[in-house]
Unconditional design. Structure first.
Length: 313
């Protein structure tokens, strides 16, 4: 398929997942600010900035209203929720002939309704806005899987979704490393990932911090876990370009995924918390390497051809 079309589908998957996961992260932190009257609001906002990779000054003043404007409502910020959904829409517009009409209508109506939801959120609080984004992301994911042929285009979209999910789950867990005193508790992280019931069915230790981290990183069956997403991303890359070589040719993306999977699969799960900072740094670096390798291999950006005059100028 055309590289520009593949790139648009890849970024649709990333942007929708980014909006969904950012809504989950912000919701868990906003609840902490509301529920705990002794919580340091500025420190909590600073933790959110650090988790999402937003630069800030050491002496910068923080307040929830300004933080929500930057992370949630700012349409010009491609990493905010509104900006991510806008990016997904623009990429969907460029791949209109490939995606289904149901996906297009759902994404277009989501984008058009956001200003009204923002107006309501500014009056009543962000919870309904964040819930709306999560529900629409779930709808779009369901329509993607149900109304697209599972060919190369679908694999590129799911590949983008998987890479973004790995990165955002690592960022969510990094909240315990960056600002443990101001981060939500481990059960809030389970709720943010939609993993509460799945975790409860797998174990009875609800207050086992090591068990929660292990579940979100290492569970092979939960679709939002890091290991599950690593496996799915590798499957997508293989389906896009299967290798028939007896000696595998250099595939930087799959090699990077394989190294991350190997490190997670052979880790001592009972001592995971002690290794968590290094693991999360490794996962974020893996996502960067894989994204760069995918761009270089599949999304070719040609130099602009400049017309020259007859005189050779």
């Amino acid at each position: 398929m055309l590289s520009r079309l593949a790139e648009s589908l890849y970024w649709i998957g990333r942007y929708i997942e980014r909006a969904d996961d950012t809504a989950r992260i912000v919701d868990s932190y906003v609840h902490r600010i509301v529920e705990d009257p002794f919580n340091d609001e500025a420190a909590t906002c600073r933790s959110l900035y650090s988790i999402l990779g937003i630069p800030f000054e050491d002496d910068q003043a923080f307040a929830t209203t300004e933080t929500l404007q930057t992370i949630v409502y700012d349409i010009d910020n491609p990493n905010s929720i509104a900006g991510s959904l806008g990016g997904a829409f623009e990429n969907a517009r460029r791949s209109r002939d490939f995606i289904s009409s149901e996906m297009w209508v759902a994404l277009n109506s989501t984008r058009n309704r956001l200003p009204l939801m923002e107006s309501t959120a500014r009056r009543l609080g962000p919870s309904q806005y964040l819930l709306y984004v999560r529900e629409r992301a779930a709808l779009l994911a369901g329509l993607t899987d149900a109304t697209l042929s599972h060919d190369d285009g679908w694999h590129f979209l799911v590949l983008g979704r998987s890479i973004e999910r790995i990165d955002m789950t690592a960022r969510l867990l990094r909240g315990r490393v960056v600002g443990e005193d101001h981060a939500p508790d481990w059960l809030a992280f389970l709720r943010a990932c939609g993993a509460m019931e799945a975790f409860m069915r797998s174990t009875g230790e609800l207050h086992d911090a090591n068990g929660v981290a292990a579940f979100l990183l290492l569970d092979r069956l939960f679709p939002r876990s890091v290991l599950y997403s690593l496996n799915l991303a590798d499957t997508c890359l293989f389906e896009i370009q299967p290798s028939s070589q007896r000696i595998a040719m250099a595939d930087v993306a799959r090699q990077s995924l394989a190294r991350a999977r190997g490190q997670l699969e052979f880790i001592d799960a009972t001592r995971l918390l002690a290794q968590l900072p290094d693991l999360l740094e490794m996962l974020e670096e893996t996502c960067l390497r894989v994204n760069d390798a995918i761009n270089e291999r599949f999304f070719r950006h040609e130099d602009v051809v400049v017309w020259s005059s007859r005189g050779g100028l």
